[in-house]
Design a protein around this ligand. Structure first.
Ligand SMILES: Cc1cc2nc3c(=O)[nH]c(=O)nc-3n(C[C@H](O)[C@H](O)[C@H](O)COP(=O)(O)OP(=O)(O)OC[C@H]3O[C@@H](n4cnc5c(N)ncnc54)[C@H](O)[C@@H]3O)c2cc1C
Length: 485
């Protein structure tokens, strides 16, 4: 009997654990350790943040699903990984700390044969002074943040209804933040809601981003096919913002926020300020702050994890200049080079390099988006890691027949641009591959026949359909595995 431990019940880890149980059945133990008692469909938090969905519509309790499937669930945080065991415990283990009511603070060592780290991003509000829902800005990264954001957005809308002008500042809250797509979606949804209430004349909506050009989205931008033309995402994004009446500040690294004021540095090295009444700024992301120790108790965190706390896998981390990086530097199987039974999936794996060209301000401050790992690749990676672990358990061999490199994989992203059965809008983009491959596709970096963008009502319906479809899948209901990641 094998024991597989998965840390983090998000898009990637939850996908992994569901496939592990489905493919391994009752003979093997599958354990999930994750602090939040709920699964959340993160993309729909945007709609919670504009009051069009309640948190209960984007989340469900994990325990009943795991009980039904026979997955052991521990509501706890992974604290440290001990891949060699130690003097007392022979087997590899993870030290966990419970957050569950009644067990809070209790620690346990959970042994494993295989470990999948899917702990996603730690929202690093602390890296920007004054940032975050406890301070001066809103967030839509979790359903409770989004609910809080909606409460404050309502106040701003009420003020406008009483004739008061409001400035909305939406975008990235750190020079190296990623997830521009989510912030972009939120900016468009706010503009849509303001417009719906006919309050546009009282609103100044400002998009602030660390991108060199708009539409970079942390993937170095893209050329997309749109209605028979090939357009850079810069034009695509700027025209959508212009259509929604949103002005923009680009090449900006926000470094401090005070009540009603964001301070940023731009690539010119200027220190500037932007006032706001309401701000939603995405924080920088880092890894889950877990430590690692060898069997002698020595700290090997730097061996297992990269400097940003994300886990090193089968990628090329040699730090070549940006111009020399290749698509093939990206990982195939997400296995730790240090321990062959240790994997990282989703945002938890350390990318080998950025897709956006690194930029520094004249003062030396790095200001550029770090690479995103959106829902689709996170789910696909969770699945193939699970399939490879199953293969190893069932055959006893060390091979990995399943691969999922972001340098070959495509991704679809539907950016909601307003909610409503007849008036809803979304920008639908597919890119293939996610990581540009300039050797294979010298003209556009990607397969232009599969890299497309359209805006319209159909996209809204697709986004809504995906909301229900992915929640159905995540609940493990009949036929769930037939629904693609
Ligand atoms: C507002 C928003 C909108 C988005 N919209 C889209 C979209 O439209 N399309 C798209 O493709 N992508 C979208 N994304 C990105 C998508 O949500 C992520 O790509 C995806 O959630 C990443 O999956 P993950 O499993 O790696 O991380 P997560 O989904 O964040 O899951 C990580 C899990 O690990 C748990 N965890 C954290 N620390 C520990 C620990 N120490 N021990 C154990 N567990 C731990 C967390 O509680 C969480 O359950 C959006 C993101 C945001 C923030």
């Amino acid at each position: 009997m094998a024991k597989v431990l998965v840390l983090g019940a998000g898009v990637s880890g939850h996908t992994a654990v569901m496939y592990l149980k489905k493919l391994l059945g009752k003979k093997h133990d599958i354990i999930m350790v994750s602090p939040n008692s709920h699964y959340q469909w993160v993309p729909s938090n945007i709609w919670v943040g504009v009051g069009l969905m309640k948190p209960d519509q984007v989340k469900f309790k994990l325990k009943p699903v795991y009980d039904k499937k026979g997955i052991v669930y521990k509501q706890a945080m992974g604290i440290s990984i001990h891949p060699e065991g130690d003097n007392e415990i022979e087997s590899p283990y993870v030290k966990i700390r419970y957050v569950e009511e009644g067990k809070q603070g209790l620690e346990e060592n959970v042994t494993y044969d295989f470990l999948i780290n899917s702990t996603g991003p730690k929202l690093n509000f602390a890296a920007t002074e004054g940032l975050g829902p406890d301070k001066f800005t809103q967030s839509v990264c979790t359903y409770d943040h989004a609910e809080h954001a909606w409460k404050n957005l309502q106040l701003a809308l009420e003020k406008m209804e009483n004739g008061e002008h409001q400035t909305f500042l939406i975008g990235t809250g750190h020079g190296l933040a990623t997830c521009q797509g989510a912030a972009f979606e939120y900016a468009l949804n706010i503009a849509f809601e303001v417009n719906k209430r006919k309050l546009n004349k009282l609103a100044d909506i400002v998009w602030i981003s660390n991108e060199y050009e708009l539409g970079d989205f942390g993937m170095g931008g893209a050329y997309i096919k749109r209605g028979g033309y090939i357009t850079p995402t810069k034009i695509f994004t700027e025209s959508i913002l212009a259509e929604y009446g949103i002005r923009w500040i680009k090449r900006a690294g926000v470094y401090k926020v005070e009540e009603g004021k964001a301070f940023y540095e731009n690539l010119e090295g200027e220190y500037l300020e932007q006032e706001f009444d309401y701000a939603m700024l995405i924080p920088g992301f880092k890894g889950a702050d877990m430590k690692a120790f060898n069997n002698a108790g020595d700290d090997i965190t730097n061996t297992v994890f990269a400097a940003n706390g994300m886990m090193k896998v089968d990628a090329d981390y040699s730090g070549k200049p940006f111009e020399e990086w290749l698509a093939s530097d990206w990982p195939l199987i997400y296995q730790s080079p240090a321990y062959d039974n240790l994997y990282a999936s989703g945002i938890a794996f350390a990318p080998p390099h950025g897709m956006s060209k690194p930029q520094k301000s004249k003062n030396g401050t790095p200001i550029f988006p770090t690479p995103p790992r959106t829902g689709m690749p996170s789910g696909v990676i969770g699945k193939i890691v699970a399939q490879n672990v199953v293969y190893r358990i069932k055959t006893g061999k060390g091979g990995h027949p399943h691969h999922a490199t972001m340098a070959k994989m495509g991704a679809a992203c539907i950016v909601s641009a307003g909610y409503g059965p007849f008036t809803g809008q979304a920008a639908t983009m597919t890119v293939s591959p996610i990581v540009p491959d300039w050797n294979k596709y010298p003209e556009y970096g990607r397969d232009i026949s599969r890299t497309v963008g359209v805006v319209g009502l159909a996209g809204h319906w697709m986004k809504l359909f995906m909301h229900y479809m992915f929640l159905y899948k995540a609940k493990g209901k009949f036929g769930w595995s037939l629904i693609p990641e």
